[in-house]
Every structure is written in structure tokens, then in C-alpha cells.
Design a protein around this ligand. Structure first.
Ligand code: PMP
Length: 354
């Protein structure tokens, strides 16, 4: 056999052209003593989920999990107050978002999003061959600007990562009512804002609301995300997602947590709200200008975020440095956790800024 490698300059030529400029996800985070970079639950994992993992009979691991998570869907439906047939779960809400974009748009279609927003949407749009239409978050008459794109998929995030603000419910409803295609509302941080668009599901069928167990529920390592929509819509997302995407251990632990640990989750989420306001006050006392947040993180505009974040990492504190955000510039996104962590963060921030 002749070696056929010489016919190509690089094996990259084998990849889809639109893939070549997509980078591998790299949050560029060295291990740190205090990690305030990913908006997870910094109090730990919920007790029933821990027990469910510890009690798993390892001999069951030889079998496949349920192809679609019917048991978990029933529990999540109870949590959101919708019918079980209106839920789809997957490997993190990343999986649901990617699958939904693929299910509802053909390559070449447009995806509209506000800017800045959750960075993975740009990646999912690109890998699925879509054209991104970013609308600056500061645009007046947001609903009209979004609808004018005629996008097949409109992505809204409320509370928005990384700014932390919630979208006005009237704006959301105008967008859903006027959209030419599907509207995805990402509510990954809804447990912190107490604001949800789930009520719109009884009125509109072009709507998919995504949620996750990675944030308030403290289960990012299990990789469980889910969405609610009309039964027809969630079925299309399930088809796109494919079978067996949630492991049996993850489903068991998630069922346990959502059934039994809601009070635990609420207590931790309430502690976030208290510490977030205390932290914002301290930042303002330092002469800084944090953005108001309804999520479990705060966006703090700073000059040269990479340098400031790097100096904080040097002191063992990880925060997310974001650069050139539309209408904001550079900023640090800082997760809110137990107060001793926030004290350490304040000390590192002060020294990094001086
Ligand atoms: N949506 C938003 C707005 C997020 O911030 C994140 C996590 N950073 C996700 C979705 C994805 O979370 P997961 O895949 O862990 O559910």
C-alpha cells in the first residue's frame, strides 16, 4: 500500500471548511485555590445526589441507560409545572442548545442573539453551519431589531451570561409572538432571578426554554441540562440529540436531587443573593462599577481584564477575564460563593488592581 498522506498538505483538509476556524474550548484556567470562574454552586453538591452516586450498584454499569430520560423528565416536569411530555434532557444544556439549533435550522440559516451573551452559542451556530446575527444588548427597541433579522433561530439568555441582567418579559413575549422560527430562552440562572418564561409555553409553540442542573443545583460534573417546550418541539430536539446521552448514574443522581433537594438548592441560592449584594457593595466602596446582576455572578468592567485576571490567578483566585465585550469593553465575571471566598477574591482583586 502506498502512503496516501502526500496527496494532502495536512489532514486538516479532510475537515469541513466551516470547522477549521473553530477552536477547541479552552477557558485558560490554571488550577486555583478558589475557583470563581464558572458560576457553579460553590457550597457543594446536593446531599441526595451524593447518596445516589455512593449507593450505585456498580454491576448495573454493564447495561445501557434509558435511551431517553423518561424518569428524570417526569421529575423535571413536576419541578417546572409542565407535562412530562414537554421535557427533554441531555448532556448539559450545551447538548440541548446544540441539538435544538441543529433541529430547527438548516446550514446557511441565521441565528440571532443579543451581544454580549453566552459564548458557546457562536460555536454551536458555526459548527451547525449557521450565520450569526448579533444585536447589541444596548439596542433600543430590542424586539424589533431581533425580529428584523428574520432568523430561523433566536437565542435569548435571561439572566444573561455574562452581564447578569434579565430581559424585560414584554420584550421576550414580543419576540416569541413575532418570530419566524424558534425562540430559545436560556434560563440557566433562573433559580437566582426568580423570573421565568415558562408561563409562555401555554400560549406559544415556537418556544424552547433551556435549564440546567449545573448551576443552582450544584451538579455540573453530572452534565445534566434540560428544556421545556411543546411535545412536538422537544421530540425534534430529542431526535437531534440522539439516544443514550445521559448516563444511568447521572439520571439517578439528578432524579434524587430534583425530588429531594429543592430546599437545599433554595437555601444556597438565597445565600448567593445575600453575598452578591454584599460583594457589589464592597466593590462600589473600592470605587469600582459592577453591573447589577440577577444571577450567581457579577460582571465587573476593568481595564485589561486578562492582566488583572492573570494577577489574581497568581494569587490562587480564578475569575473569568472577558475582553472587548460589545458596549462594555474588558470585564471580569466573578461567581458568587460562600463569604470567605469572596473576601479572598476582594483581597486579590485589590492587589491586582493596585
Ligand atoms: N447557558 C448558559 C447561559 C451558561 O452560562 C452555561 C454554562 N456556562 C450553559 C448554558 C451550559 O451549562 P451546562 O452545559 O453545564 O448545562
Amino acid at each position: 500500500m502506498t502512503d496516501n498522506r502526500e496527496t494532502r498538505e495536512s489532514s486538516l483538509e479532510l475537515a469541513r471548511a466551516s470547522f477549521r476556524n473553530v477552536g477547541i474550548y479552552d477557558p485558560n484556567m490554571p488550577p486555583c485555590r478558589v475557583d470563581l470562574s464558572d458560576n457553579t454552586n460553590l457550597w457543594g453538591a446536593p446531599p441526595s445526589a451524593r447518596l445516589a452516586v455512593e449507593d450505585t450498584d456498580a454491576s448495573s454499569l454493564t447495561r445501557y441507560p434509558a435511551p431517553y430520560t423518561r424518569q428524570l423528565n417526569t421529575v423535571l416536569a413536576g419541578y417546572l409545572g409542565v407535562e412530562p411530555g414537554m421535557i427533554v434532557a441531555g448532556c448539559g444544556s450545551d447538548d440541548i442548545l446544540d441539538s435544538a439549533i441543529r433541529a430547527f435550522a438548516d446550514p446557511g440559516d441565521t441565528l440571532a442573539q443579543l451581544d454580549p451573551t453566552f459564548g458557546m452559542i457562536r460555536v454551536f451556530a458555526t459548527v451547525n453551519g449557521l450565520t450569526l446575527a448579533p444585536i447589541p444588548l444596548t439596542t433600543a427597541r430590542t424586539a424589533e431589531a431581533v425580529l428584523e433579522t428574520g432568523a430561523r433561530v433566536i437565542y435569548l439568555c435571561s439572566p444573561n451570561n455574562p452581564t447578569g441582567d434579565v430581559l424585560d418579559p414584554a420584550t421576550i413575549e414580543s419576540i416569541v409572538a413575532g418570530a419566524a422560527g424558534i425562540v430559545i430562552i436560556d434560563e440557566a440562572y433562573a433559580e437566582f432571578s426568580g423570573v421565568t418564561s415558562v408561563g409562555l409555553l401555554s400560549k406559544y409553540d415556537n418556544l424552547l426554554i433551556t435549564r440546567t442542573l449545573s448551576k443552582a443545583f450544584g451538579l455540573a460534573g453530572l452534565r445534566i441540562g434540560y428544556a421545556a417546550g411543546s411535545p412536538e418541539i422537544v421530540r425534534e430536539v430529542e431526535k437531534s440529540r440522539g439516544p443514550y446521552k445521559v448516563s444511568s448514574i447521572a439520571e439517578r443522581a439528578a432524579v434524587a436531587a430534583v425530588s429531594n433537594d429543592r430546599a437545599w438548592m433554595r437555601e444556597k441560592a438565597d445565600a448567593v443573593l445575600v453575598n452578591r449584594e454584599k460583594f457589589a457593595t464592597r466593590l462600589k466602596e473600592l470605587g469600582l462599577d459592577p453591573k447589577d446582576s440577577r444571577a450567581n455572578f457579577i460582571l465587573l468592567p476593568v481595564a485589561d481584564a486578562n492582566a488583572v485576571g492573570g494577577r489574581m490567578a497568581g494569587q490562587g483566585i480564578a475569575v473569568r477575564a472577558l475582553t472587548d465585550l460589545a458596549g462594555i469593553g474588558d470585564a471580569l465575571r466573578i461567581s458568587i460563593g460562600p463569604w470567605p471566598m469572596m473576601e479572598e477574591c476582594l483581597a486579590a482583586l485589590q492587589s491586582a488592581l493596585s
